[in-house]
Write a protein that binds this ligand. Structure first.
Ligand code: HEC
Length: 260
């Protein structure tokens, strides 16, 4: 009995400390991202289009094939087969076939030569960084003359990636507040928001929606079987409930005439 009490206490303590650490690790982002919705296939399809048009030049998603992607985001015909012609026309730009892996147009060596690092594959991008992080990352580029590509980022300081959406988003400058002064009396600042100084082709709301769609798609790519798994999970639980009821009824039937 004592052992069980101790075990309960330790479990409670562990749960408490882990929740405290989880709360402490929470970052305050500038933008709140609406919840990922893997059922919204229109959003996933728009996100895939943004990815293929704006990201796949540098980043691959090589642990997924075009066909798997198309199936998962609902680009299928009435028979449930991948709509090959539509996928090839809208999402495949480098002469690959539908069964091929989604590779970046740029080779590893070229990436290293131009950017000085290995450009990460983004199949698991939304697992490595959380969706909220990527959402704020994509919305957080601002001009910075000291950087190689003339741009910096609010959540990934001194990033080596250029701002690929400046036409859509326009130009924004950071709004900062002084956190404290360092030993040399220089202000240490924090970015708390952005001010649009040149409009893009999209309104801020339209651009945020576009970035949501893109992150939604990246979340799908990082776990393409999630919806299917959840569906099977529900069926298994329902089966177990029905089976338990049947087993109970059977047990009652067996014990009916047995005197205790
Ligand atoms: C011109 C090449 C280029 C394009 C186009 C590009 N990126 Fe990048 N991206 C990079 C480079 C280089 C890095 C590495 C930055 C670093 O580590 O400083 C990077 C890093 C990232 C990261 C951070 C990865 C990590 O976990 O460290 C994410 C997320 C990302 N890119 C998403 C995107 C998305 C989404 C798009 C399309 C809208 C895109 N990128 C388009 C070059 C590119």
């Amino acid at each position: 009995m004592k052992g069980i009490k101790k075990l309960c206490l330790v479990t409670l303590l562990l749960a408490f400390t882990s929740s405290v650490f989880a709360a402490a690790a929470k970052v305050d982002f500038i933008y709140d991202m609406p919840k990922v919705d893997l059922r919204d296939q229109a959003s996933l399809q728009r996100g895939a289009k943004y990815f293929m048009n704006y990201c796949s030049g540098c980043h691959g998603m090589q642990y997924m094939r075009y066909s798997q992607m198309a199936e998962g985001i609902g680009m299928t015909d009435a028979d449930g087969q991948v709509a090959e012609a539509i996928v090839l026309a809208n999402l495949v730009f480098s002469g690959e076939r539908v069964g091929d892996q989604i590779k970046a147009a740029m080779t590893k060596e070229q990436g290293k030569q131009y950017f000085g690092i290995n450009i990460p594959d983004l199949t698991l991008g939304a697992k490595v960084r959380k969706p909220e992080w990527i959402y704020n990352y994509l919305l957080g580029f601002y001009p910075d003359d000291t950087r190689q590509w003339g741009t910096n980022n609010a959540v990934f300081h001194d990033v080596a990636m250029p701002n690929v959406f400046s036409d859509l988003q326009g130009l924004q400058v950071p709004v900062t507040r002084i956190l404290y002064y360092d030993d040399d009396n220089r202000p240490v600042e924090e970015i708390i928001g952005f001010e649009l100084v040149r409009e893009g082709t999209h309104t801020p709301e339209e651009f945020q929606q576009a970035m949501y769609d893109l992150v939604n798609f990246m979340s799908f790519a990082s776990d393409p079987k999630k919806l299917k798994r959840q569906r099977i999970g529900v069926i298994v639980i329902l089966f177990l409930i029905v089976f338990t009821m049947l087993a109970y009824l059977l047990k009652r039937e067996y014990w009916k005439n047995i005197k205790k």
